[in-house]
Ligand binder design. Structure first.
Ligand code: BGC
Length: 418
């Protein structure tokens, strides 16, 4: 069994939480929302809970994409002291559920009619053995590109909608003295960029067969994968030498400040533009990542709840779950976070044009089959396969491997992780 979560020490300590310094009526919440927009979002959750009489102990572990947070969560769980709730997403929810860690919050879900409030693509992920164990806060669209229109005007360039045109326009930005692509050299950001190329070059059918569980290795071995790596490799030249280790929000600020023209990043980037008081259309522009217009790579943030032995703590947990699905919460939280509500029945009125595009693309893509789960953000494959994709994408991007070598390495790594 190659699943990285299934370490026997973890299974052996699948205990109810008994040792924590958090007071009984409080929740201790693990998350990785530490950028400006993210902090505004999580603070709203904290305020909502405070209004409902539930105290908050913050357990923030910085690090975009959540890898650090997941490492810390595993060590807390191993010591038999998991938090009340943790930001856990996608197939990982099943992995934690299989280990016996999660609380059944089906009572709250039934009382509030979650089966009818949530699209099946969302609710399916929140259940383990048919019972809700997690509550969704949002739907992020990952295949976005954020551009600075002023930079484009100055360079006489236009915002590209295909990868071929991207190379042409990016070269114009560079010639005019800008960094074409703001990027942070961290594995999860490399994977996020790679994912946009996979969808843009390969299309939704290829994406679904090669990058969503169960992975079809024959499709992954096809020439399309080599083409994907060719395009991905061509992006290396448009990133500045200071990118290694750079945080994603620092890359966003390069676009804001007019140092760089574009960033390819999920719509949590919009939260940063909002905190900076910038307006969509005039100060920045959101378009689908090249070649992906109409497509929607979804990434659903959710909180999974850990089983508790104390009734007061279980009550606090249930309050948190109920608050999360409220229309107020789903509106304000998502206005700050850059995402769209996970539940149905929330008014679109307060949301901006990027959010409307995401909502429309979500519905249209779901009808046309081009709604795809984000593998770079833990929605599509097991943590082991996702680790293999991360490693291959980042090794390739930070080396001079050929496209063929990149593709071969990916196929071998994914096959070994399955
Ligand atoms: C999460 C977002 C978060 C982003 C950057 C993603 O995996 O889903 O909520 O803002 O990482 O940290």
């Amino acid at each position: 069994m190659k699943n990285t979560m299934k370490i026997s020490t973890l299974a052996a300590t699948a205990l109810l939480a008994t040792t924590t310094s958090v007071s009984a009526g409080d929740v201790e919440v693990l998350h990785w929302w530490t950028s400006g927009g993210e902090a505004a979002s999580v603070n709203y959750l904290k305020d909502k809970l405070s209004d409902a009489g539930v105290g908050w102990t913050d357990f923030a572990v910085a690090g975009g994409g959540g890898e650090n947070a997941m490492t810390v969560l595993k060590s807390r769980a191993i010591s038999g002291n998991p938090p009340t709730a943790a930001q856990i997403k996608g197939p990982s929810i099943q992995e934690w559920g299989d280990l016996g860690f999660l609380a059944d919050i089906d009572g709250v879900a039934k009382a509030n009619d979650w089966d009818n409030l949530l699209p099946a693509v969302v609710s399916d992920v929140m259940k383990h053995d048919g019972k809700y164990v997690a509550a969704p806060v949002n739907v992020h669209r990952v295949n976005w590109m954020w551009s600075n229109p002023e930079v484009f005007r100055y360079a006489g360039a236009t915002i590209p909608t295909t990868w071929d045109d991207f190379m042409v326009q990016a070269a114009k930005l560079e010639k005019a003295g800008f960094i074409a692509l703001a990027h942070g050299g961290q594995a999860w950001q490399d994977a996020t960029l790679f994912e946009a190329v996979v969808l843009g070059v390969g299309g939704a059918d290829y994406y679904n067969s090669a990058f969503v569980s169960p992975v079809d290795l024959d499709v992954l071995k096809s020439d399309t994968t080599v083409e994907v790596f060719e395009t991905f490799g061509n992006l290396r030249q448009f990133i500045d030498a200071n990118s290694p280790g750079r945080d994603w929000n620092v890359a966003t600020s390069m676009v804001m400040e007019g140092k760089a023209g574009m960033q390819i990043m999920g719509d949590w980037a919009k939260g940063e533009f909002k905190v900076a008081g910038m307006n969509v259309g005039t100060d920045y522009v959101c378009t689908a990542a090249p070649g992906t217009s109409g497509g929607h790579t979804f990434n659903i943030d959710s909180f999974a709840f850990f089983a508790q032995s104390d009734a007061a703590r279980t009550a606090a947990q249930n309050t948190m779950a109920a608050e999360i699905l409220g229309t107020d919460f789903q509106t304000v939280f998502n206005l700050n976070k850059g995402s769209i509500p996970a539940r149905l029945g929330v008014s679109r009125a307060e949301f901006d044009s990027c959010a409307h595009d995401s909502m429309d693309a979500f519905i249209a893509a779901s009808a046309s089959g081009s709604l795809v789960p984000s593998f770079a953000h833990g929605m599509a494959v097991s943590s082991a396969v996702s680790g293999a994709i991360y490693d291959s994408a980042t090794n390739f991007f930070n080396s001079d491997q050929s496209a063929q070598e990149g593709a071969d390495q990916l196929v071998a790594a994914v096959a070994a992780a399955m």
